[in-house]
Design a protein. Sequence first.
Length: 201
Amino acid sequence: MRARSASRRRSDAQAALRLPAFRTVLEYLVRAGLAFAVLVLILLGVLPHTGWYRTETVLSGSMKPMFGPGDLVVVTPEPTRDVRVGQVISLHIPIGDHHVQTHRVVAVLRGGDNAVVRTKGDANNARDPWVSKLQGTTAWRVRLVVPKAGLAITWLRSPIVRTVSIFAAPLLLALLGLWRIWRLPSSGESNEDHDAPARAT
């Protein structure tokens, strides 16, 4: 009987040691998830509205090998008077649906404000079949390429993920709150800890 009691106490002690470790891991995971969510929100949802930079997801392979489908490009403001041949800029094409296209400048037909340029995709054999006038005094020049990050952005912007995210953030906060409540020692455990030295003597 004594041997069984000793074995049971050892098992209980080992379980008690594993429980705090599990709680610590859970805390780190919840905090990391919240920190990542806040970081993504700031980088993609807040700072681009300041005008310091923009992010764009690449949809075609016309600029390979510099960047390809699924990559994320970061563009920053560039005065149109400073646009030069060789720079890669984002602009609205002057025909069709006027979608945003990111190609390399191969000719500056007129400089200064409202510059007029010709562009070309690095992977294309010919120049773009139009002349683009840069509206205003600011163009958007590619400064950084993040490979395949655009795939994650596209996925995050999907309706299903948006719906899930509405519930995910509150759920993480609720888990963190439950963990903190769970972490607090119960009154029984506290009394046992205070009584243990007395029994030992």
